[in-house]
Design a protein around this ligand. Sequence first.
Ligand SMILES: N[C@@H](CCC(=O)N[C@@H](CS)C(=O)NCC(=O)O)C(=O)O
Length: 205
Amino acid sequence: MKLFYSPGACSVGIHVILEELGRPFEPVRVSTRDGSNRKPEYLAINPKAKVPALMRDDGTVLTEFPVIAWWLARSNPQAALIPADLDGEARAMEWMDYLCGTVHPQGFTRQFRADRFAKDEADQPRVIAQGKAAAEEYLALVDSRLAGDPWLLASGYSVADAALFFLENWAAGRAGMTLPPRLAKHLAAMKARPAVQRALAREAV
Ligand SMILES: N[C@@H](CCC(=O)N[C@@H](CS)C(=O)NCC(=O)O)C(=O)O
């Protein structure tokens, strides 16, 4: 398997999941900062020009964080990274959809890529402020709805925690936000996991 990732991007969550599985994979760096994701070689792999993308052993490619995470968890049931019961699995998907489909673009892409939302530079501080306010509101909601301690689901650690991790890491780092208390505890618990440490170390190289 090959993981196409960009250092510091949302793809670190998939990097974490692959490290949790302990199966061999090849990490392939595609920097979104220098525009490598828009080069023809990468567009041939993912025409959406986004990371993460996962090339499976048969050469087929999956895109979209929640789908890649779900597929990895379901195809490696021994790792127990998603609840085995239908309702628990639905809860994990519900969180990942919210985190990747709402919190990421509305809360953080607005802060980090304001030029995508406002061409006129004079309008961009307003977009950034909107993103920060939205991120604070969304993260407060997540904080109030954690069903586990410290994990998102009452049943324990799951791929949904890896999705929450990349957002918390952005919030506490690049966005300079103060995390609400339960999310601060969740981030610390994530950072204590050897799989997270391995993923972060590899991305830092
Ligand atoms: N819906 C996608 C979004 C992925 C996404 O936005 N990735 C960002 C990095 S965090 C990216 O590739 N940005 C490059 C660009 O938009 O040029 C998912 O959940 O996987």
